[in-house]
Structure formats: C-alpha cells, structure tokens
Design a protein around this ligand. Sequence first.
Ligand code: SAH
Ligand code: SF4
Length: 379
Amino acid sequence: MNENVLAERINLIGLDYLALSNLMQKWGYQAFRTVQLQKWIHRFCINSFESMTDLSFEFRKFLTERAFIEALPIHTQKYSSDGTVKWLFDVGTNNLIETVFIPENDRGTLCISSQIGCTVNCKFCATGYQGFNRNLNTNEIISQIWLTKYLIEKSHSFKKKDINHKYSHNNFQKITNVVFMGMGEPLLNYKEVLPALRLLVDDNAYALSRRRVTISTSGIVPIMDRLSKDCPVALAVSLHAANDSLRDELVPINKKYPLKCLLEACERYLVYAPRKFLTFEYCMIDSVNDTEKHVKELINLARQISCKINLIPFNSFQNSGFKCSSLSKIYNFVQKLNDAGIVTTVRKTRGIDIDAACGQLVGKVFNRITIRKQETYIN
Ligand code: SAH
Ligand code: SF4
C-alpha cells in the first residue's frame, strides 16, 4: 500500500445510505453492498472489515486499503447513582462533547450533542453560557451512538462495572430512543445532522422509528420546515416563555422567530410529524417564568395547537444567577395545565450527581468564537 492510498482512506461511520452507495458506485461495486456494510457497521457495531464474513475476501481487502470505521475517542465515562451514564468524547483541539444514557424500566434514551457549545445563548443554559467552538460533523454525531451502543449492548466489561450501582434493577441495557438534547442547537447544524437522522431511522442501520428519535430545538423556523419534508422525526420545541418579551430574553432566537411565527411553523410540522402532537419544553425558573400570569399565558398558547407540555425543573450551574422553581409552583403549573385539558409531564431529573441533567452539559469548549448571527451556521 503506498502513502497516497493511505491518505485517501475514508471513515465510513457517518455515511448514510445515499453517501455510502455513491461511494460504492464510485469504487465500481454494486449498490447492495451498501446494505451489507451498513448492517455490519451500525447493527452489529463491527469496525473490522476482516470480520464481515459475508463479503468476499477481495472486497474486504479493498475496503481495508481504502476505508476505515472509527468513532471518536472517549475521554471520560461517569456513572450516576441513578444508573445514568455520561461520556465525554474528545473532539480534538482540547474540546470535549457530552453524551448521556438514561436507562428506565421500559426504555433506554441516549441524549446526544450536535455542536461544540451553542450560539443561541439561552440565559439559563450552561451550554449557551459556554459559547461556541464549531459544528460536529456527521461522523462525530454518529460516533456517539455507535460507540455507546457497542458499550451498552455488546460489551461485557461495561455491564459488569455498571451492575454495582444501586438502581441496577432500573437499568435497561438497550438504546431505544435518541434525543438531540445534548450540547448544541441541532437545526443550526442541519447539513451534518440530517444524514445522522437518516442513519438513525434506516432499517439497515439503527432502525429506530421516527417516534423514537427527537430533535429538540429552540425554534429555527426555516429549518423546521426543511426537516418536516426531509426526515420528520419527533419534535420538541424549547418554549420556556409564552410571551415574546420574556422569550426574547430567555431564548434570544425569539427575536428573529417570534412566537406567532414559531407556532405557525409548528402547525406546518404537525402535518408530517410522527405523532399527532408536538412537545413544548418549559424550564421552570424561580420568579422568572413560574407565576400565575405565566401559567395563564402558557395555557392560552397551548390551546392553539395540538401539544404536550414537558416541564423541566431548572438545573443549576455555576454563575447562572437562576434558581429552580419550588415544587409547589411546579405542581401548581401541572394542575392548572391539566385542568385546562393540556397533557403535562414533569421531567425527572436524572444524572444530577455527575452533571448530566438537562442544561448541565458543558463538555469543554476552547477557543470559542462569539457568533450571534445564527444564519452563519445554517447550511
Ligand atoms: N438546543 C436545543 C437542544 C439542546 S438543550 C434546545 O434548546 O432545544 C435540551 C433541553 O434542555 C432544552 O429544552 C433546553 O431548553 C433545556 N435546558 C437548557 N438549560 C437547562 C437548564 N439549566 N435546566 C433545565 N433545562 C435546561
Ligand atoms: Fe443552545 Fe439549546 Fe442551550 Fe439554548 S437551550 S443555548 S439552544 S443548547
């Protein structure tokens, strides 16, 4: 093998069906090879072409010379006492991103990152507070599920270590759901997120139903429209305030896509959504968005659209300047919303002892660039 050939080796981990079959064609192989390869890579988590026993010897040799399958290296793995596991992945240049696995009785949810930091700069979010370094590419996004699936579902050493925690009965050892609720705003990195979504729902790759893959967004309206046509997975919209002046402050992207515009986009999305409702996430912040006035506004808004409300107790981080609403205020919200006929749940806080709860994912963002024009990163 000469050095030129080595230099051209391609990482196949993040190639969706279209990209991989184009590559096969370019290399003079038939399209059905794509399906065989996808199954080995994503279903069985195999990264050695040698082990892909239904491929011809000559094809395996060719692949070894021209390609490889490689996930991001793990920097740290932390276990919470409630069974939650958090990984920090090394994305180079001193930056780290975070991925969290949340096992429950009947499901296992993987929460993944789409950017190193975030440009949206929501006031109550540790990721936003940290600034932004760069978008993740599809390889880096898929790495998070590829490697954690391998560890959770296939590796014996991982299970043995995990079995010691006190909630082991609660430890569902399979990834059944993937949510883009880690670091970053997924719809501001659409070009790289879309192929990852396609792999997640592809029957020959991760084979998750569209209902079990959730994009959480602060409300990037034009990209919500594109997603509805390209790959309409479940959508969670981070609302946090039901009036424009407060939402302008908490979720600054609201100045560009205010509530009326956001609600219209949600209506359009519903036509394609995998369920007949969307989820609105509402972080409960003491004395900021949790008063009687706020619950009335939220009810008025929620009545305009088929939705479910997910209240998230605010998770604190250093220097946030905010506090979580009291339990009584949270239950007041639940009761008033339920009385108004709006299905409302309170998100269980998981992984708090390892800083793995919503809004606590900071990874490590070095050489941040301050960009407030989000469009720069829509591609
Ligand atoms: N950028 C996307 C997805 C990542 S954030 C979005 O904003 O939707 C995932 C969820 O965690 C969002 O609903 C976000 O508003 C919420 N969140 C952020 N900071 C939080 C905090 N400190 N406490 C609780 N939830 C928080
Ligand atoms: Fe970005 Fe979401 Fe955090 Fe807002 S809540 S700063 S959009 S990651």
